[in-house]
Design a protein around this ligand. Structure first.
Ligand SMILES: Nc1ncnc2c1ncn2[C@@H]1O[C@H](COP(=O)(O)OP(=O)(O)OP(=O)(O)O)[C@@H](O)[C@H]1O
Ligand SMILES: [Mg+2]
Length: 237
């Protein structure tokens, strides 16, 4: 088992504080959800973990006891932490196959592509398509597949359901649910869609204006309609 531990993480964009003293842990084999409304700090937390240069962060982030704090963003993937940004950012002029190929890392197994295609079923049919020809749901599946090509121990997924139809969200949920066991990885997933996260996560953290205000299991959260109304959208879309 490997462990990603975030301790007392705070972050600022220039002088604007966006995250204050957040602590959480993700182990391989499990999924941790991060919920909160627009601007709560979810993306900022993921960007702080990977040392995104847009912000300045303080606090500690370790993988198996080794600090990530001084590791430049482009090298964080080599330490086994893969970021799937909310805007999907696939290379639209390249084919899906090319997108997957360039993401492959030295950590990847010889049969990594086959394993990835078997675990994110939609992608195999899309290999020859160009990025710009894909729907939102297809792009999301490809971005996750691309992150898996680096054989990560931890996958940071930023609002994967944003803008997707309920049917596509359901398919995505099924794919993501299988990943921790199939690839022995841990997932940290941010969402505003509370149903999606409670279906997937072992533990949930709620952020409000940059601070963690509640932590518990999905069952505990489902029993707290007050929290759901205050912090979340119910994901009917
Ligand atoms: N590049 C930036 N420069 C300055 N402020 C920023 C920047 N990105 C985010 N912020 C601010 O930081 C705070 C947290 O934003 P963040 O994007 O982390 O929220 P979020 O929970 O991901 O929201 P959403 O659900 O809309 O994606 C907000 O007040 C936001 O305006
Ligand atoms: Mg965000």
């Amino acid at each position: 088992m490997r462990e990603l531990i975030v301790t007392g993480l705070s972050a600022k964009y220039g002088l604007a504080v966006a995250l204050t003293d957040v602590s959480l842990a993700v182990r391989t084999g499990e999924t941790v959800g991060l919920l909160g409304r627009n601007g709560a700090g979810k993306t900022t937390l993921l960007k702080s973990i990977i040392n995104n240069p847009e912000l300045s962060a303080s606090g500690e982030v370790t993988v198996d006891g080794t600090s990530l704090r001084k590791v430049p963003t482009y090298r964080v993937a080599r330490r086994g932490v893969a970021w799937v940004p909310d805007n999907r950012r696939i290379f639209t002029a390249l084919s899906v196959e090319e997108n997957l190929h360039i993401a492959r890392s030295r950590r990847a197994a010889p049969d990594q592509l086959e394993r990835v295609l078997a675990s994110v079923p939609l992608v195999e049919k899309l290999l020859k398509r160009r990025g710009f020809e894909l729907s939102g749901g297809e792009q999301q599946a490809v971005t996750i597949a691309r992150a898996l090509m680096s054989a990560p121990d931890f996958l940071l997924l930023d609002e994967p359901t944003e803008g997707l139809s309920p049917l596509i969200v359901e398919q995505l949920q099924e794919s993501i649910a299988r990943l921790p066991a199939l690839f022995d990885l841990g997932i940290l997933v941010t969402e505003q869609n509370f149903r999606f996260v409670t279906a997937l996560a072992d533990r949930v953290h709620i952020l409000e204006t940059g601070s963690a205000v509640w932590t518990g299991t999905p069952d505990e959260l489902v029993a707290r309609p007050d929290l759901i109304n205050r912090h979340l959208s119910v994901g009917e879309k």
